[in-house]
Design a protein around this ligand. Sequence first.
Ligand SMILES: [Zn+2]
Length: 573
Amino acid sequence: MVLDLEAAGPITVLVDLPGCVIPWEVETFEVPKSDKITCDISRPRITYVQGNKIFLNTSFKDAECCYKGLIRRPDSGSTISKTEECVKIGEETYVTKYDAVVVICNVRGDVYDDYHAIVRRKTPVPSNTDVPNVVIIGLDSVSRFHFHTLMPKTKQALDELGSIEMLGYMKVHNDWYQASPITMPSVGDNTFPNSVAFLTGYKLNQVIPFCFNISKIFDICPLIWNNISMATAILEDAPSLSIFNFFNPPATHYLRPLMLATLNDNYPHKMMFPCVGSRTTETFVLEHIQQLMEYEAPLFSYTWLTSLAHENVDNLPGADLVFSKFILSLNLSNTILVFMSDHGHRYGNSRTTFNGWFNDKLPFFTITMPSRVKNFLGDQRIQILKSNSRKLTTPFDAYHTLRDILEAYNVKEFDNPPVMINGKLFPRTQGQSLFSNISPDRTCAQAGIPKDFCACADLRGMDLKDPIIQKTVRYAISRINKWIPRRCRVIDVSQITAAAKLNENEFVVGFTTKPGGFQLETMGSFDGSMKDYRISRVNKMTAVWCLNDWFLEFYCYCDFFGFLEELVLGKYR
Ligand SMILES: [Zn+2]
């Protein structure tokens, strides 16, 4: 199917304000065919869970099943063991000791296993029943455009519930890399800095001094769910890629042990996996959220799903029905739902077009509130939130918005004044609540977004043969060849693939290299010589055998003889 967005009445300018214009070029878009992932062919759903009770599916009356508890070693974030004993499962079996179990069933000689998260109330029933659930669900690497086009049913379900979508929601910068002594290519992971911004309100380089470079990893970081007087749930689906790791369980309900057991048992060498036992990973997690809402309200849950779209956005249509059904089946009468992503797809063919350039920078972000919550917060706040939906917004703003909500319901004392370490204050310098008026003059720089991450850009296509484009690419190549050690081959331009002007002096150019076939993008301003230039790798990297360097491996084509040369002639050319 080819989608004609214009015929569907698209928004052609997402943000149109003095400080920021985000244009949107209408394009036809081939919606990929995506098969629904099914997991229950090889693993029928023999057991299911309701709270802390395991039931046998009536279609499998002759199944013989037992369960083993999954236990996280208290001094390790990643070591999971199973109980020796396998407890027999009858028609209805209570699990009293464990938060996660693996079920082993024998059906007429065939053995199947499955995994269940057990939910029992762990927090006291609150006296204030007005406090809403706050359910945050993130899909990694999904732009606003891909969300609209590849998950139309889910989008429609949110629209039916009166969701507010932030059309100018932009990913923030990876400060970590800027701290590098090397002149810095804007490469690498975007999930982490955006998640840190969303969950702490800090820039990544601001939190590193006081909560990331210590042995307990994230345990002492000022995460929004710390010390909150609600049940909490942290549900990440890909434990090898998890955004955060903790020494102590960070929440009332923590899915990591179960996901690690699934990974170790079934997908030992994978980073992500499509199924948890008999269910797709997203079905499993969404059903768990429903259980938590039923047994642990009011609940603050943070879910991050990486497996679905991180590698390929073409998987999204296969999950559209699952998410739309989930959203429509939720009891949202007292639940705030934040459905979002962290950035768009960052590499591959869809990234090399102008729209791909915008997609990368514009993740989807929606917030859904029932009338009960809207009434509580007041019409003025809701109207301001709506007016901010067509302004430049960031994860820092989303943090302050959540904070505003939690403060309004009095469920958390915030660290205000902010964190103090060794007598030094660490104030949050970015962002404002989306319930407060964002200035129409707000620019990327003011919002904490550098030029090469900024989608407030009126890209104008240029002739690829334009001398200034050639010069820009030559300059980028020469810089890369200066950074990389001798063990990496000298690279050259293979082809210039795209070029655009941002303004009088600024350009963005896409090109490929030889050897390596790296797809690179450079951006900078020319006033005789390049300045403020940035370089990014925009296709996927495969492992590099000769180098263990987070920045340089994106630009390295290994050379055995270069490796030997290094011993004689030194590391750099
Ligand atoms: Zn991400």
